[in-house]
Design a protein around this ligand. Structure first.
Ligand code: SF4
Length: 432
């Protein structure tokens, strides 16, 4: 379900974070998914984790339909549905939740990490999930670690669910002292195939040890400390980054690994931080850069010069716009993003053409008006806007596909470009 949050007052102010780019802030009704959506890719990433949404039938429906393309004999997510009966008293709710968790853990002994995920129905907001997680952790330790975070549509949009999940892991990461060697922590869920490619590249570059958050298995929590340098693989991890900094780790300022250029700059930032010689870096990355450039060039022939409008959804919009404009040579009309972390996006802002309108937040009706007036060749937007815009004759791409498809790194640069060109070639075929 799309979480619609109407806000009365409207406020559009240019806020120049970067000397050449105008950033507008917009408030109003927004049309984005809630943070529960992140469970769809996170449950595949951490293989012995389980996500128990404490919510309503609507939440259960969202998760099931979003993940519905895959049939699992034993899914690693579920919803504990609270109904009117549970409103009788908080004690009853606590007992009910304890009973559900105990039953789940007895039935599924392979679960090593359990996330209690909050949602927005008023019954759920009354429950102290943090206390419930601590209470249950005491009972089930050391067999299972139990954490909580919120995926509520009131507090989170779409990809912020991953941020909240990863941030909840950070306080429990093992500590590594100042005597430990410098290590790299890659932060943000990546498809295993992409992670494996990056492991090989870091290895060839001579960067070690390299760890990942989230980890593939609950027991493999990466250690952090003052000698940990972390590299964000996803642009929506503000809370996780802050939590890591509070543990003493230092962020490497970098672009995000979308396209050949983004991947090179991302790897280069890590290589510089680890003192890797530039000629060695060039030698190691040259084959990947060349393959990525060739794959992207094929798609560029189809799409160069076409105009595109990006609605705010996943927070991937800025790095994506940089890729679309610099590698596919598309004309960007507007880039919307739900939130814009000025520091984390600094390197991306620096590479965007100054003519682009960047819009933080959303007033969906005004934005739709601007989009209709611009008549872009392609619109990237959430599911809720795609059908109405298609009915009006515009060509759309669902932004959620960018989260479900491996798009980072050299080997995926061509796939990312093809994801963008596909709706246009499909429409051309239909018209022919
Ligand atoms: Fe809807 Fe809120 Fe549940 Fe998300 S958390 S599915 S917005 S009720």
């Amino acid at each position: 379900m799309n979480a619609l949050a109407p806000i009365d007052q409207r406020d559009i102010v240019p806020a120049g974070a970067c000397a050449s780019t105008q950033i507008f802030q917009e408030k109003g009704q927004r049309e984005v998914f809630c943070g529960l959506t992140g469970i769809v890719w996170l449950h595949r990433k951490i293989q012995d984790a389980f996500f128990l949404v404490v919510g309503s039938r609507t939440c259960a429906h969202l998760i099931q339909s979003a993940a519905g393309v895959m049939i699992f004999a034993e899914p690693r997510f579920a919803t504990a549905i609270l109904d009117e009966r549970d409103l009788a008293g908080i004690t009853d709710i606590d007992d009910e939740l304890d009973r559900v968790i105990t039953q789940l853990l007895q039935r599924r002994p392979e679960i090593k990490l359990l996330f209690l995920v909050g949602s927005c129905p008023s019954e759920v907001i009354k429950i102290d999930l943090k206390r419930a997680a601590a209470r249950q952790s005491q009972i089930h330790t050391p067999r299972v670690r139990i954490l909580n975070y919120s995926g509520s549509g009131i507090e989170t949009t779409f990809t912020q669910g991953e941020d909240a999940c990863l941030a909840s892991l950070v306080p429990g990461l093992p500590f590594e002292g100042a005597d430990a060697p410098q290590s790299l922590l890659v932060v943000g869920a990546l498809a295993d195939i992409v992670e494996d490619q990056f492991i090989r590249l870091f290895d060839e570059l001579g960067i070690a040890p390299v760890r990942f958050l989230p980890m593939r298995r609950a027991a493999d929590l990466p250690a952090v400390g003052p000698n940990t340098l972390f590299l964000l693989a996803q642009p929506f991890l503000a809370d996780t980054a802050q939590a890591l900094e509070e543990r003493g780790a230092k962020r490497i300022d970098a672009n995000f690994p979308l396209g050949e250029e983004g991947t090179t700059l991302w790897l280069q930032a890590a290589a510089s931080a680890f003192g890797i010689a530039p000629d060695h870096f060039d030698r190691v990355t040259a084959p990947g850069r060349s393959r990525a450039n060739q794959a992207v060039a094929r798609q560029r022939q189809i799409i160069a010069g076409k105009s595109i409008f990006l609605f705010p959804d996943s927070q991937l919009e800025l790095p994506l716009a940089r890729f679309l404009s610099r590698e596919l040579e598309m004309e960007i009309i507007e880039v919307g993003t739900p939130y814009l972390h000025r520091q984390h996006h600094g390197p991306e802002l620096a590479l965007l053409p100054p003519s682009i309108r960047i819009n933080e937040g959303q007033h969906v009706e005004d934005q739709l008006d601007r989009c209709r007036a611009a008549k872009p060749d392609l619109v990237i937007c959430g599911l809720g806007l795609a059908n109405p815009l298609e009915a009006e004759g515009l060509t759309t791409k669902w932004s959620i596909e960018l989260l479900f498809t491996p798009i980072q790194g050299y080997e995926q640069a061509g796939d990312l470009a093809e994801l963008i060109t596909r709706p246009l070639t499909r429409r051309t075929r239909l018209e022919v």
